[in-house]
Design a protein around this ligand. Structure first.
Ligand code: ATP
Ligand code: MG
Ligand code: ZN
Length: 262
């Protein structure tokens, strides 16, 4: 995928010298709670299973959820080269502020400039090693942290996560436009909470009504890369810290798009 030419001024932070990362993918949304972390971890698991070397940079500094999903707790080690990421049971490398805090329940109440520096350090001071894909789990919205990620890290593309709801057109368009303004290509949109499957007959029940996501994506000139139902078994794995076992079967088109980014 070609990056646009109207590049922003170069604020790029240098990657840790013992690391090399082929593709950096941001998972974004205009709104909280739509399933960004869920999609990030789902993509990571599937790409890992396909044999790629995969990491997750948890850029949601004030609301980190990735370590908990994988049952990881703080025990980050470092040396002169930097900090070593944790590794999930299925071999995904993970760095999150939650792994660095003494008490995971303590709220992170840092100001913007501090948050921004943490994200930069996760790029420059983490010994990621050689990765094929680094997924960045973003905080919701268009604040300091997403802005920093787009300006300071070489993001190849973003995947927008949305859910069927009122104002979805506005919310998705906003996320799309932010990426566009930062000259980062949009890989596509994953819709979450699209339906529930009846356990008896398999009928798809669209709990939030009919979704307009196909039309919205087409109007924006992008693709829908998956529609995920509400799956209580996946949610249970996330709650129990067993997300390593989840192989999300609804994101195949997203995986294909990622493989094609060469
Ligand atoms: N398809 C799904 N089926 C069942 N549960 C889901 C699904 N998607 C997400 N969840 C659950 O919903 C909750 C919110 O999802 P998640 O944390 O991924 O959202 P988020 O967009 O990252 O939120 P935030 O904006 O707070 O970072 C989590 O508990 C997650 O396990
Ligand atoms: Mg999240
Ligand atoms: Zn039924």
């Amino acid at each position: 995928m070609e990056k646009q030419t109207n590049k922003m001024p170069d604020f790029q932070v240098k990657l840790n010298q013992e690391s090399s990362i082929k593709h950096v993918i941001g998972i974004v949304s205009g709104k909280g709670g739509v399933g960004k972390s869920f999609v990030t971890a789902s993509l990571a698991n599937q790409m890992k299973k396909m044999g790629y070397r995969v990491g997750i940079l948890d850029a949601d500094i004030t609301g980190p959820s990735i370590p908990k999903m994988y049952g990881l707790h703080g025990n980050i080690k470092g040396n002169d080269s930097g900090m070593f990421p944790a590794e999930s049971e299925n071999g995904v490398k993970i760095m999150s502020v939650n792994l660095l805090l003494k008490n995971e329940e303590e709220p992170v109440i840092w100001r913007g400039p501090v948050l921004v520096n943490v994200v930069k350090q996760f790029w420059s001071e983490v010994v990621w090693g050689d990765l094929d894909y680094l997924f960045i789990d973003m905080p919701p919205g268009t604040g300091d942290v997403p802005l920093t990620v787009f300006q300071s890290l070489p993001v190849d593309g973003v995947i927008i996560v949305s859910s069927p709801q009122e104002l979805v057109r506005m919310i998705v368009t906003k996320a799309y436009k932010m990426a566009h303004m930062m000259s980062v290509p949009v890989v596509g949109v994953v819709e979450n909470y699209s339906y529930v499957e009846c356990p008896d007959c398999g009928k798809k029940i669209e709990v939030f009504g009919k979704s307009d996501i196909d039309e919205i994506a087409s109007d924006l000139g992008t693709k829908v890369l998956g529609k995920m139902p509400i799956r209580t078994d996946y949610a249970k794995s996330a709650d129990e810290g067993a997300f390593s076992n989840v192989l999300n079967e609804y994101i195949d088109d997203a995986l294909t798009a990622l493989v094609q980014l060469s």
